[in-house]
Design a protein around this ligand. Structure first.
Ligand code: GLN
Length: 423
């Protein structure tokens, strides 16, 4: 297709003839299983892996009439914020091809922003739908944990992640969420809150009487240009009848550390299956330990190895209480903080990303700097809440995203407010 490198595999799998998504081209992130179409997770480890079944969300797309046009590029196993850790080369941002599209669902957002797909699926463990949506100037929704089935999603950190829609407009993202949402007997963490939903109808732009909470902690650290665009969007909502107040989430300063300890710990366990026997690229013909080590040495990239090592360390006997348990305590604190803020406000608003999209190659050398970019998105996953990123305008010619966070299963309210930002 184009030189954006948005797709790892191009395909054309048509759905049923009639449905709400007939004549719609959908890109599917390459960590979501597609029957007969290779699913690499952006990794050399799975470069030749062809799943024998569809993820539940893919079955639902097909039943709704959608055509799957490709498997979109991503950071390896979802570990990254720029799509540069992909073993298939980085994707580019269609707004400025010298810049990253964000990550880890960068291929999905780039494809939608460039019109190479009408809609896309991403997955969001700590921001991977919202970040690329913000950087590419499109809409992304991270649903409440349990609203959308994870059956067929290759796990990175399963207690944090959800599949969700990326689309040009709020109404289209909401309509896609209607197709995806709902309980699934194959994923026991799903609930029936989305069964028979009508999120598309919520995109009516009516924010009269709505109250927004703006956590100072999520605005103070952001770039000036981003903050200015953020406040313009809040003012626009005010002019349509919403009010805002500043709120404080004291636990937030610990969210990033807690997120990375939990995500890496879960990753170290989830990625153990890639041993060349059960799954993955096989190498070595010596004893099992050597073959296992060689397979993983060759199959995984540097960022994935770093996280498996750190996660294994955090879970090891003697350190478990010091790191993993502390991180779980912080996670519970973040959840309680949000609960008490939602006693006073309907939605929490912040910039989606504290920075503008970086240039390609700029951020890879410094993993810590990259982790810091996730400061505003990871608290949402720790608390299992829904959030949307909607284009708020531009700064220095680059897109800025507004993040709206809602109480659990109140997707409709955040969709309503996001549609007001758009108009
Ligand atoms: N950037 C975050 C990470 O690397 C989030 C990734 C994601 O949501 N998959 O963990």
């Amino acid at each position: 297709m184009s030189d954006l490198n948005a797709f790892i595999t191009e395909t054309e799998v048509a759905g049923t003839d009639e449905g709400p998504l007939s004549d719609t081209r959908v890109a599917v992130k390459d960590n979501i299983s597609t029957e007969g179409v290779r699913t690499t997770c952006g990794s050399k480890m799975l470069a030749d892996y062809v799943p024998p079944y569809d993820a539940t969300v893919v079955s639902r797309l097909k039943e709704a009439g959608a055509t799957v046009v490709g498997k979109s590029n991503m950071d390896e196993f979802g570990m990254g914020t720029t799509t540069e850790t992909s073993a298939f080369g980085p994707a580019k941002n269609p707004v400025d091809t010298d810049r990253v599209p964000g990550g880890s669902s960068g291929g999905s957002a780039a494809a939608v922003a460039a019109g190479e797909a009408d809609l896309a699926l991403g997955s969001d463990t700590g921001g991977s739908i919202r970040c690329p949506a913000a950087f590419c100037g499109v809409v992304g929704i991270k649903p409440t944990y349990g609203l959308v089935s994870r059956y067929g999603l290759v796990a990175y950190a399963n207690s944090l992640e959800q599949i969700g829609p990326i689309a040009p407009t709020v109404a289209e993202a909401a309509a896609l969420l209607d197709v995806l949402a709902g309980s699934d007997p194959r994923d026991s963490t799903t609930v029936d809150a989305g069964d028979g939903s009508d999120y598309a109808a919520a995109a009516d732009g009516d924010v009269d009487g709505l109250t927004l909470g703006v956590p100072t902690e999520l605005v103070d650290g952001a770039d000036e240009a981003v903050v200015e665009t953020f406040w313009d969007a809040v003012s626009a909502l005010e002019s349509r009848g919403a009010t805002y107040e500043e709120v404080s989430l004291e636990s937030i300063e610990h969210a990033l550390a807690a997120y990375y300890v939990i995500a890496m710990s879960e990753a170290s366990s989830n990625l153990a299956r890639f041993d060349g026997v059960r799954y993955g690229h096989a190498s070595g013909d010596g004893n099992w330990n050597e073959a296992f080590a060689e397979t993983r040495e060759e199959g995984f990239g540097a960022e994935v190895k770093r996280r498996i090592l750190l996660g294994t360390y955090a879970l090891s006997a003697g350190y478990h209480d010091k790191y993993y348990k502390k991180a779980q305590d912080a996670r519970a604190w973040v959840r309680r903080d949000f609960e008490s803020v939602f006693e006073d406000v309907d939605l929490v608003a912040s910039p989606t990303m504290p920075v503008l999209p970086p240039k390609l190659g700029e951020s890879l050398d410094d993993p810590l700097q990259l982790y810091l970019m996730d400061a505003n998105t990871v608290p949402v996953n720790l608390a299992n809440l829904p959030a949307i990123s909607v284009p708020a305008g531009t700064a220095e010619g680059l897109p800025v995203g507004l993040q709206l966070i809602a109480p659990k299963f109140d997707e409709a309210t955040m969709i309503r407010a996001a549609s007001a930002v758009e108009s």
